[in-house]
Design a protein around this ligand. Sequence first.
Ligand SMILES: *[C@@H]1O[C@H](CO)[C@@H](O)[C@H](O)[C@H]1NC(C)=O
Length: 352
Amino acid sequence: LQKMERLFLLCSGLLVTTVTSQPNVCSRPELSGNIEMSGIQRFSSPGEELALSCKEGYTPVSGPRKIVCTMNGVWTSTKLKCIPKQCPHPELVTNGEVFYEDTVYQSTINYTCHEGYMMTGESSAVCQSSGTWSSPAPECIPVPCGLAPVPLYGMVIYDKVVRGNTANYGLTATYHCNAPYAVVGNPVAECTAIYESSKQMCFFTVVTCPPPESIERGYLSNNEKREFFYEEKVKHGCESPYVLEGNMEVVCQNNGRWSEKPSCKAPCSVNVQRARILHNGKKIWMENFEPNRVLHLDIVSVYCMNKAMKCGYAVPTQCIDGTLNIPECFEEPSALEYTLKPNSLPSEIDQC
Ligand SMILES: *[C@@H]1O[C@H](CO)[C@@H](O)[C@H](O)[C@H]1NC(C)=O
């Protein structure tokens, strides 16, 4: 048999190095699927049994737990199945997150805490062979901030009542300074992460603005050529007939600049000659409109003719910073018409 086997193997062209092993002897089986066996011997004789078991962390679910070496020198087959042990599903963590892919033997859970919370306990756990997690779920507790330092010439106002010497995540502190001191930078400090609020300092300096400059066509309530302190105010005015638009009062801000200045807007003249206009509820002939001037934002109406209906109608137009557009429907009569037939002008006939 040995000769024949060797011949067969040579004929089949295989490179043979292990054919010296005796027939009818089983060599150590190669096991897969997390199965292991007892004993360390390399060869077994026919009739010998091997006890199989599952590796640590795996549980047998079916199939015989023994294999036998047969007369042919091969082991009987086994349908033994080993499945990994299950750990319980992890609990949720308040104010944190739980990351895991599986809950079987050797799976890992990672825990994180939301911003502003810190962890007490282990940040990860491994499913052990015993079917339990290596550590319990951690807790996420709010990070305490120290209280915001109180400024010498001002105060700190918290958005919530503070007890003791710590502030909780999310608490905001707003700095107020007594003029002429001003908060430089962000006046709001927030407890966002560990000790963040004490890092966010509030710097105090005396803030001044340069002497205010009057606006074009305007004047100032205070002409002192000095530096003005934070929160000092000055009023702007406009020379007549200019009209002030914006805030009359400007204030020295904590950035050392004045708040937005107002501006002085120009009056308009009504560029029609032979007509009667409507201004401030009164109908006025242009030759009596003295001076020919309406103020910024004033409304003036001119009269147009509805030729089909033979009636007149007033069309309003507004003075915007020196510009008063005359509506296109307005037609200026000839001097002759204006002098001889004033009663036929659109301002005088029946109104539509
Ligand atoms: C847990 O964290 C480790 C280390 O950062 C990482 O390698 C692993 O992928 C994470 N596992 C999960 C399920 O997020």
